[in-house]
Design a protein around this ligand. Structure first.
Ligand code: WQD
Length: 338
């Protein structure tokens, strides 16, 4: 069997990827320190996947702990999710973001090299494109970071390019996620932001369920069809399948690659609000407020390269993204809180 190490394994995208890897026939070893996720995810994964998860509790910045994991398990490839990911928080806490996001990556790569493991999938982000010069965004578009979080993704990608240039044994896949939303159809795992959600979809679900009074729409004076921000929302299950396809290519073909994982379709904030109201049957009251600093008008992918290299494309539409987000919210009013 082929064994995949998943770091940040009990997080939102990683937990869905865990299920997709299992279904694809891979063995999985999950690692997390629960700094931004719940141990309850492990029970849910067993309930859905039917197998007791192989899990190691560890901070990926702890070199001794990571070394011990590589000694206990024969790892064939690593999918590295473990990182802090809040744009606004990164501006307030740059030292924590660089230490954790870059330090964790380096620690994992050093352990991999010691153990002859050289296939690596990196969780990157469309945030590396900054304010896109043209749309849809291709992988060879200009790269720029407007916040420390985005810088950690740019630096991470550069580290992996340099690793591959120094030693062709390294095969790396940088996956640039657009806007992940939705949840597993079971409603048993999903996005569980702590405190007030930064992102649109979890905020909308909390308004629809009555946990928040109304949605603040950050600006309606953007150069977009209805004036509100346009983004490429992608179902988290499609995103998970993109990781499986990327790993298969790393095992089946030589070389490294960087691809967008998006649908190629942009939706405005108000279009998401309308779609969610239809999917949930609930009103989503909102108020137009000032733009959020750092937001761009529009951002959506050209997904052609992932289709060409990986034979992968997103399959779930906005109605499904909203229906699955709503089911998760209804089934878990307080997320993974015990
Ligand atoms: C989407 C749209 C907002 C909340 C961020 C990170 C990115 C990635 C995904 C990690 C925008 C509007 C939002 C609200 C609103 N994360 N909005 N009211 O900013 O595109 O991307 O999350 O990799 O790196 O930057 O996502 O969901 O925050 O915003 O009007 O309460 O919804 O202005 O147009 P974003 P988002």
């Amino acid at each position: 069997m082929t064994t995949i190490l998943l770091t940040g394994a009990t997080g939102y995208i990683a937990s869905h990827t865990w299920l997709a890897l299992q279904a694809a026939g891979f063995d999985v070893v999950g690692v997390d320190d629960f700094s931004n996720s719940s141990p309850l995810v492990l029970e849910r994964l067993q309930a859905i996947g039917g197998k007791p998860p192989v899990f190691e509790r560890a901070d990926v910045c702890d070199a001794d702990a990571v070394e011990a994991i590589f000694r206990r398990h024969r790892i064939d490839a690593t999918v590295h999710f473990a990182a802090f990911k809040a744009v606004g928080e990164s501006t307030a806490k740059p030292l924590e973001y660089y230490s954790n996001n870059i330090g964790g990556l380096l620690t994992v790569c050093r352990a991999m090299r010691r153990h002859g493991c050289s296939r690596f999938v990196f969780s990157s982000s469309a945030t590396v494109y900054g304010d896109p010069e043209s749309l849809p965004i291709r992988e060879d578009s200009r790269l720029t970071a407007t916040n420390p979080y985005g810088q950690t993704k740019l630096i991470g990608e550069q580290i992996l390019r340099d690793l591959g240039a120094a030693d062709p044994a390294w095969q790396t896949a940088c996956l640039r996620y657009f806007n992940p939303v939705g949840a597993h159809e079971s409603g048993r795992i999903g996005e569980d932001p702590r405190g007030i959600p930064n992102n649109l979809m979890p905020y909308v679900t909390q308004v629809a369920v009555g946990r928040r009074e109304f949605l603040q729409v950050f600006g309606d004076d953007y150069p977009t069809p209805d004036g509100t921000g346009v983004r490429d929302y992608i179902h988290v299950v499609d995103l998970a399948e993109g990781h499986v396809a990327a790993l298969r290519r790393l095992f089946d073909a030589p070389g490294s690659f960087t691809v967008n994982l998006g649908t190629g379709r942009g939706y405005s904030v108000l279009e998401v609000v309308d779609a969610f109201a239809r999917a949930s049957g609930r009103p989503v009251p909102y108020r137009i407020v000032a733009r959020r600093p750092g937001d761009v008008a529009a951002c959506y992918a050209d997904p052609a390269l992932a289709r060409e290299l990986l034979g992968w494309q997103a399959l779930h539409d906005m109605d499904r993204m909203c229906a699955d987000s709503w089911r998760w919210q209804l089934n878990n009013p307080r997320g993974f809180e015990a």
